[in-house]
Write a protein that binds this ligand. Structure first.
Ligand code: PLP
Length: 390
């Protein structure tokens, strides 16, 4: 069903098979060179922007260090993420505290370590920043609706109405902070490029009204993430995103663009990873049932949490994939004693009818939101291991 060559080149696939054949499953193999190429491509497509890698997407040290060497900055959400990035010798000026939900003492910690750029979306948080990070640069995250066209929406929980963003930036100035810019996140794996148009238009309105009414000149737009990785649901090519977004920016801001920040996660690391799992059991629920249940040694709790609501549909291939071999629909489930640990039941993957216990399943495009998203040891299953292929 899935054409592997649409996702991984023959050469990378061969390299991956050699690298992974002796590894215990389940595990994730990340190809660093793929991330390097993604980064270069993104830079080429958005030459006017600065990149802040969203560390949560995949916090492996080798990835962070390589991106740092390539000039990336870092979007950070917690103290341990900051400690990790700083421990790799990266300077705090290259870090932004992008989480709008934080404790006053976390703000103080970031400030003490040298971070000077903070996101906010509420008065309470802004006051905490003023107290614990005097003079810091503030950007306010605005609310954008993205629940239907983003496969992993980030709406509702983050951001505030533009009218409130307006008030917060005035308050930021009055509290001695530096009103710096506006941010938004149109939703992860956003398939509708038009979502950036709406968000940029709202941003423009704020830039103009704050300057005209209050003399506050904002200088930065943080356009967040949302750029796609390659899963089974089609998206436009990244070059289409780049062309459209540039057009929206120029329509609203003219040629003299403010400083533009991007915070890619999924689009940088998603297609770099292949999750390797093994078939533990194949069964049917009654003697005449058409569908096989295929149980794997990986599930929602050890790497595949983004199958919640079957949101992300990874390309899956098997060690049995034979040209022209017969396939039939399956239900895919994980190994734990929790009935929510079913990966795909509504959406039916077709797998070879001669699939056997012990065969391997390869989940492609699992470089983002997998390894670090696994539980500690639910049911005794260890967190999934990541191996880096240099
Ligand atoms: C998670 C996150 C990102 C990364 O989003 P992707 O869709 O994975 O690119 C960027 N910015 C913020 C603030 C985030 O929380």
């Amino acid at each position: 069903m899935i054409n592997r060559a649409d996702y991984v080149s023959d050469k990378d696939w061969q390299g991956f098979l050699d690298f992974s054949k002796e590894l215990e499953t389940p595990c994730i193999v990340v190809n660093l060179q793929t991330i390097r190429m993604n980064y270069q491509r993104l830079r080429g497509l958005f030459p006017y922007s600065q990149i802040y890698y969203a560390v949560k997407a995949n916090p492996e040290k080798e990835i962070i260090s390589m991106l740092a060497e390539m000039d990336s900055n870092f979007d950070i959400a917690s103290r341990p993420e900051l400690d990790l990035v700083l421990s790799l010798g990266i300077s705090p000026e290259r870090c932004s505290y992008g989480n709008t939900i934080k404790k006053a003492r976390d703000i103080a910690y970031f400030y003490e370590k040298g971070v000077r750029m903070f996101a906010t979306d509420s008065k309470e948080d802004l006051k905490n920043i003023a107290q614990n990070a005097p003079g810091a640069k503030i950007y306010v995250r605005i609310l954008v609706e993205n629940s239907t066209t983003a496969d992993w929406p980030l709406s509702r929980k983050f951001g505030c109405h533009p009218d409130m963003a307006y008030d917060l930036l005035i308050l930021a100035r009055d509290l001695g902070l530096t009103p710096y810019g506006i941010s938004f996140h149109v939703g992860s794996q956003q398939r509708d490029i038009g979502q950036w148009d709406d968000a940029i238009a709202k941003t423009k309105y704020l830039f103009t009204s704050l300057e005209e009414d209050e003399g506050i000149k904002l200088s930065m737009i943080n356009m967040g993430g949302g750029f796609p990785a390659a899963y089974t649901t089609p998206t436009n090519d990244l070059s289409e995103y780049a062309a459209e977004i540039k057009r929206y920016l120029v329509d609203d801001f003219g040629d003299d663009l403010p400083k533009i920040i991007l915070e890619p996660g999924r689009s940088l690391v998603g297609n770099s990873g292949i999750l390797v799992s093994e078939v533990v059991l194949i069964s049917r629920k009654n003697n005449t049932a058409l569908n096989r249940w295929v149980y794997l040694d990986t599930g929602k709790f050890n790497g595949l949490i983004e199958t919640l609501d079957e949101s992300i549909k990874y390309p899956i291939i098997t060690s049995k994939d034979s040209a022209g071999g017969k396939e039939a629909e399956v239900i895919l489930a994980g190994p734990t004693c929790d009935s929510m640990d079913i990966l795909y039941e509504d959406y039916k993957y077709r797998l070879p009818v001669d699939l056997k216990v012990g065969d391997r399943l390869y989940f492609l495009s699992t470089g983002a939101y997998t390894g670090s998203y696994a539980s500690v040891s639910f049911n005794g299953f260890l967190p999934i291991k990541t191996y880096i292929m240099k």
